[in-house]
Design a protein around this ligand. Sequence first.
Ligand code: KG4
Ligand code: ZN
Length: 361
Amino acid sequence: MRILAIESSCDETAAAVLEDGSRVLSSVVASQLELHAKYGGVVPELASREHLRSVVPVVREALRNAGPGIAWKDLSAVAATSGPGLAGALLVGLTYAKAISFAAGIPLIAVHHIEGHIQAVMLEARQRGNPVELPALALVASGGHTHLYEVRETGYKLLGKTRDDAAGEAFDKVGKLLGFGYPGGPVIDRLAPHGNPRAVAFSHARMKGNTLDFSFSGLKTAVLRWTESHDLTTELEARRQLLRQDPQPSTDAWLAVTPKATLDLLASFQQTVIDELLGHAASAASQMEDVRSLIITGGVACNAGLRLAAGSQWAGLPVYFPTPALSTDNAVMIAAAAWAKYGRGEFAPLTEMAHPNIPLA
Ligand code: KG4
Ligand code: ZN
């Protein structure tokens, strides 16, 4: 049983071929990071255009890498992310998948992007021979989402979500504000261990109503206030120059243009986000009586500080993280979710639409 999957919801064009639910035959990711970096964030029109340029070569490469002679006729199904994400970006991958489905006469599977992030972790656990025990609690933290879900054999239930910025978005906004380019998450991750995480005391958002919801806009504003009360002119200019010379500076290069006070700020910011994420995960776990494991996934799951803080046990539960390659957007995760849907016979019609804001049921 072979599934070809395509992911194009944001700024990565990706394709993968998965065999029998756990053998990854190929995975190709074409990142648009450099294209968007100079604008300090993803520009939707540029993303769609770039997906259009990349989707055919990326799918061809994924098929070629899957093995000699593997072609459309050897596929059991074709899957694509149908939402949530940028409308124009989603349309590119989904439309190409529909065309392959029609031309090859194989079923189409529409995948929810967040289900992909969750299923990536389940796939890797199966590969290690240590499947994630359900029901699980899943924390999905990325550039677009910060959500807590109950994961059962029967489906997903939303327990809490961000009311404003996503965790990754907060990393990116703070990174941009302090002149570290885009995306800010990976840079802050590398610099945070050089600062004191207790140097700046940020307050935690107090949520009215659902206390499992998140809010990161107050933290972002607090960082903005900090930048206004410090004279950063010299260091900001130094970082601007560094980025002009090298779009991907090394940690040492960043450290050379980042004074201790700013490193302390970054460390404190990151610590506050980690405390917020893991604190909510612990509360959610205590509300879910029969929970057996904790899944932490999405781009922010790459964060070394978060991985260290969660460890292999959190709130009394075994913790499952994806490997870094499957943390940020990729198509293996879409294939993994599609494999589960294939088993349940959940196919999509050729009239399937892109759903930019669809919730995970
Ligand atoms: O899952 P992803 O690739 O795309 C979305 O679905 O949004 O996540 C990208 C996000 C970006 O906001 C990026 O800054 C963040 O994940 N990210 C990180 C790290 N690596 C990526 N945030 C914190 N620490 C990291 N190491
Ligand atoms: Zn994602």
